[in-house]
Design a protein around this ligand. Structure first.
Ligand code: NAD
Length: 510
């Protein structure tokens, strides 16, 4: 593969300092025990605070205090805060994207795309601030009105993953804020600087529109302190994005205090390629979904289920396309595959490949580490394609790295059964020109995922379409047409203007 050597040590750190300053953060003011590292070189970019359990109590308390004022501000006026945040994000798109590249290793266009998603959700939330509507319905009793009203929940806690270090926060915060909540954000441990940058813009918007200062809080904390956060009874909703393992830890804790959760967990996404598929189009969709973001998206394509009549040709073409992908410095022009986030991630990738081979798989292309001499403390890998004899073992798991397992099928029913035959249920796709096949895939007997696409890959969501998945993916939905309801509680109101007191169901009493 062509490679792009990582920049000289210190280059990223200098660029990060400049971006932070532009976002209103004094880089010299950042101190503390936490080392913010870049997966591009492995170097330390800056040092930051690391919050403790005492900080959890203080920040949640301050957020709750702010909520008591914020909930009384009319929703369309609350919209002004998010409108201003969206404007600031638009002005500072490049600087925030640079932090995302430096910390998450995303290529420039994907990092810019991530900030664009924040801007898009702000637009949606601003409009939504005038549409937090409840329904009225006819009462069975004369002279009565039955209505529903929506109220904010209180403090919304957002836990985000490293791979969408800022967008996921905005998906939650933009709507939570217009709905009248205060927000406390616990970003991923590897993405504190991106969080500090995104939060600085929101803090500035808070000051400019005169919203209560405490309405946003940033909690720079690891998962141990994160547990104290999810246990705090004042956090009415915990919206958590990350691995299934995290969801298994967080969900029961929140349930034990009857709090609400919104879970966006791991995926193990598949695409079916039918005999009638436009292979040129399928090829591009597959390569972007499987190798893009170095396989580190929750919607990354991990399983390809190809009709046996086109499998050999398609796999050969994917392998050829993979060999042309430039791997390396994500800030360099032309790079398509950046680094893995960590050594642990690289080791998991190597273990998964070894297991796949043990389980009868044949590595068609890729899998090896590159740029070892140029970047000994960073982990760049060639995206891999592995043909598998079946779907047992390693194929059932989400390995957060660019490995695409290929399976073949004869009948569509078999392909759909394979597609659904894993514990996760996030994203899915079919490539076909046969309308009946596409409809079967989209029907209730088709894909069991939260996202089911036709003639497009599994990754790349748009604001407005509800995002999330079933089964071990956790069942949550974000950023869709009715996403705002997750951040509000519904009250049913019966109003009697009859002067009598008829009871429902004709009950007689007193
Ligand atoms: P992770 O589960 O290691 O961490 C995610 C976040 O949860 C981090 O902020 C972490 O500190 C926190 N956390 C972990 N355990 C916790 C606990 N017990 N209590 C409180 N907080 C805890 O995930 P990651 O490696 O950062 O991200 C990759 C994973 O995220 C993948 O599985 C990917 O599929 C998933 N993901 C899902 C979506 C989605 O929308 N479905 C989006 C992005 C990423």
């Amino acid at each position: 593969n062509p490679t792009a050597a990582p920049p000289a040590a210190g280059t990223m750190a200098a660029a990060v300092r400049k971006a932070l300053s532009a976002l209103g953060v004094d880089p010299d003011g950042l101190t503390g025990p936490h080392e913010a590292r870049s997966p591009i070189t492995g170097e330390v970019l800056a040092r930051t605070a690391e919050h403790t359990e005492a900080d959890v109590a203080e920040k949640v308390g301050a957020a709750h205090e702010a909520f008591l004022t914020w909930r009384d501000v009319p929703a369309p006026v609350r919209g002004n805060l998010v409108k201003r945040w969206g404007q600031l994000l638009t002005e500072h798109k490049a600087e925030l994207a640079l932090l995302v590249t430096a910390e998450a290793g995303k290529i420039e266009s994907e990092a810019l795309g991530e900030v664009q998603e924040m801007i898009d959700i702000c637009d949606l939330a601003v409009g939504q601030s005038r549409q937090l509507f409840g329904r009225t319905l006819p009462s069975e009793r004369p002279g009565h009105r039955l209505a529903e009203t929506w109220h904010p929940l209180g403090v919304v806690g957002v836990i985000s993953a490293f791979n969408f270090p800022v967008a996921v926060y905005a998906w939650n915060a933009a709507l939570a804020l217009v709905c009248g909540n205060a927000v406390v954000w616990k970003p991923a441990e590897t993405a504190y600087l991106s969080a500090i940058g995104a939060d600085a813009l929101l803090a500035r918007a808070v000051r400019e529109v005169g919203a209560p200062e405490g309405v946003r809080q940033l909690l720079l904390a690891d998962r141990v302190v994160g547990q104290a956060f999810v246990d705090d009874p004042r956090v009415a909703l915990v919206s958590a994005t990350g691995s299934v393992r995290m969801g298994r830890e967080v969900a029961p804790r929140v349930a034990s205090r009857f709090g609400r959760v919104l879970l966006e967990l791991g995926g193990n996404n598949a695409a079916i390629v039918a005999p009638s598929a436009d292979l040129d189009l399928a090829l591009r969709g597959i390569v972007f979904s499987a190798a893009g973001t170095a396989g580190q998206r929750c919607t990354t394509l991990r399983r390809l289920i190809v009709h046996s009549s086109v499998a050999d040709e398609l796999v050969e073409r994917i392998a050829a396309a993979y060999r042309t992908l430039t791997i390396g410095d994500p800030s360099a022009e032309g790079t398509l595959v950046g680094p893995l986030i960590s050594r642990a991630s690289f080791e998991a990738q190597q273990r998964a490949l070894a297991r796949a081979v043990e389980e009868g798989g044949e590595v068609v292309v890729g899998g090896g580490r590159v740029l070892v001499a140029e970047a000994p403390d960073a982990f760049y890998v060639e995206p891999a394609v592995v043909r598998m004899p079946g779907q047992a073992g390693v194929v059932q798991e989400e390995t957060f790295a660019p490995i695409l397992y290929v399976l073949t099928y004869e009948r569509l029913e078999e392909a759909i059964a394979l597609q659904n035959g894993v514990p996760q249920g996030l994203s899915s796709a079919i490539f076909t020109q046969d309308q009946a096949e596409a409809e079967r895939f989209l029907s209730s007997a088709g894909s069991d995922c939260g996202i089911a696409n036709v003639n497009i890959g599994t990754s790349g969501a748009e604001i407005g379409g509800a995002f999330g998945g079933e089964k071990e993916t956790g069942g949550g939905r974000e950023s869709g047409t009715d996403a705002w309801q997750a951040y509000m509680r519904r009250a049913t109101n019966t109003v009697n203007y009859s002067g009598e007191l008829p009871l429902a169901q004709g009950v007689k009493f007193l």
